[in-house]
Design a protein around this ligand. Structure first.
Ligand code: NDP
Length: 289
């Protein structure tokens, strides 16, 4: 009999499967349920118990980890078993918007359960690695009680009691991730159109990304102080630069949609009277819909 806390995991996509594996590897007894039961086969072979119904999965353990596509999937799974929610602590590691997360937490609370939101910042291959990290928010006392068990998955970064906070931090990270990666796909397309392979520009791409943390730290302090002075950079200079990129891309016959959007934002900043300000002044422009 294991002395480690037993856990129920609902949702066995790539992420849920990695989580069950990490719990089992660290000695936690695990009960699982998934809409498509066959996805539990390998996990059962490793020692997980497959519950016959959602209700059985919920009744098996106090701590229930949800790893579903989104919050709509949570309602689809839990609504039919609503009587079994009371007294459970749901750690919902499914991604969604902060508003949907808050509504989900309320829905669980109205049925007598406790909700802790999570935003996992790594792919399934990073689960089980203490160097990986997950944002959590919601019921602090329940989180503290289960923190050690959750650390079987990744390290835990509790952001506060508002259930939307973990989702917000996660979406902030993803907003940067997707646009940064799209910038990289655009750079590779430009390279390919000029006969260069992705591996040819790898060192250039990596050093460009490695320069970013210094910029972020420099601007964060100034932005928080309301300082957009054009003492080290000017938006007008930035507009000229992003236009050079646009023309280089257009000359190569590469899709200009992304870079045209970048130029449009810089131009709106300049036309809004910020030509002599820092390009961090675009933050103020972007705050308005
Ligand atoms: P998937 O979308 O592959 O897995 C989704 C799981 O949700 C499956 O078990 C699926 O069941 C179930 N599901 C979806 N809709 C329903 C429904 N209507 N009713 C019942 N079950 C449903 O996601 P992942 O495993 O990749 O990820 C899980 C969560 O983790 C997502 O929110 C994702 O955004 C987040 N995440 C994922 C990362 C990744 O790299 N994969 C990284 C960080 C976060 P079935 O097997 O029957 O289809």
């Amino acid at each position: 009999m294991s002395s480690k806390q037993a856990v129920t995991v609902i949702g066995l996509g790539p992420m849920g499967q990695a989580m069950v594996t990490a719990f089992l590897d660290k000695g936690h007894p695990v009960t699982v349920w998934n809409r498509t039961a066959s996805r539990a086969d390998d996990l059962v072979a490793r020692g997980a118990v497959l519950a016959e119904s959602v209700e059985d999965a919920l009744r098996a353990n106090e701590l229930v980890v949800l790893s579903l596509t989104d919050y709509d999937a949570m309602y689809a799974v839990l609504e039919p078993a609503a009587d079994a929610l009371s007294g459970r602590v749901f750690v919902n590691l499914s991604s969604d918007t902060p508003d949907k997360t808050r509504a989900g937490a309320q829905w669980i609370a109205e049925r007598g359960g406790t909700h802790i939101s999570g935003g996992v910042t790594v792919p399934p291959s990073g689960i089980g690695d203490p160097e990986s990290s997950t944002f959590y928010s919601g019921a602090r006392a329940e989180f503290d009680r289960h923190k050690a068990t959750l650390e079987a998955l990744t390290s835990a970064d509790f952001r506060g009691e508002d259930p939307g906070l973990a989702a917000l931090e996660y979406q902030i990270g993803m907003a940067m991730f997707w646009t940064s990666m799209l910038g990289y796909w655009q750079a590779v397309a430009l390279a390919n159109a000029n006969g260069l392979k992705a591996s040819d520009i790898l060192a250039n791409a990596q050093s460009t990304v490695e320069s970013l943390p210094g910029f972020l730290a420099f601007y964060a302090e100034r932005i928080d102080a309301g300082n957009h002075e054009g003492d080290v950079d000017r938006l007008a200079m930035g507009l000229a630069s992003v236009e050079h990129v646009l023309h280089t891309i257009a000359d190569a016959g590469v899709d200009t949609a992304l870079q045209a959007a970048v130029v449009d934002i810089f131009r709106r900043g300049v036309e809004g009277g910020h030509a002599a300000d820092s390009f961090s002044s675009l933050v103020e422009l972007l705050k308005r819909k």
